[in-house]
Ligand binder design. Structure first.
Ligand code: SF4
Ligand code: SF4
Length: 162
């Protein structure tokens, strides 16, 4: 399966999962704290696709992204974030698509988005680092999902761009 077909299938599944947990989720345009600090690991294939999104930006948006890249710091804001919105949303990597959900990952542990601590996703069902509802039962960890096809090397976004 190629990456674009994989994304189409993934997005279909994620739509169902976001619907399943919608009463506990707060993701919406303009909510961007998950894009303001992080490592954003992504593969060579995802980076290539992300840059296709960059190529479609206006000259002004490109200037802003380039300036953000000049000032990029490891663990900091994603340079593609402009005015609290993702400028390359249809082209964003897998980790950005799955991040808001709580899901079962390896060794039966549950991955909960960090914003549960900030009164956002799952905060109504979150206590002591755990959620009290059933998580999504598919492992949505991006590195695990990337094992489905040959996507090349995986690095954090800053390491690709620096
Ligand atoms: S994952 Fe959390 S911080 Fe990110 S958009 Fe959703 S609610 Fe906002
Ligand atoms: S690519 Fe878009 S969604 Fe992903 S971290 Fe950057 S701004 Fe956020």
């Amino acid at each position: 399966m190629n990456y674009i077909d994989f994304l189409k299938e993934l997005d279909k599944k994620l739509k169902k999962y976001y619907e399943q947990h919608k009463e506990h989720l707060h993701c919406c345009p303009g909510c961007s704290s998950c894009c303001e600090s992080g490592d954003y690991p992504l593969s060579a294939t995802e980076l290539e696709y992300l840059m296709q999104g960059y190529a479609k930006l206006s000259d002004n948006e490109k200037r802003i992204v380039q300036n953000n890249i000049k000032n990029i710091v490891k663990g900091g804001a994603c340079p593609f974030l402009i005015d609290k919105k993702c400028s390359v949303y249809p082209y964003r990597p897998i980790i950005c698509r799955t991040h808001g959900l709580a899901y079962l990952c390896k060794e039966e542990t549950v991955k909960v988005p960090y914003c549960a601590n900030a009164g956002l996703n799952y905060s109504d069902v979150y206590s002591d680092g755990e959620i009290v509802i059933n998580p999504i039962t598919e492992n949505l960890d991006s590195i695990s999902l990337l094992k489905n096809f040959d996507c090349g090397e995986i690095r954090n976004l800053a390491d690709w761009l620096l």
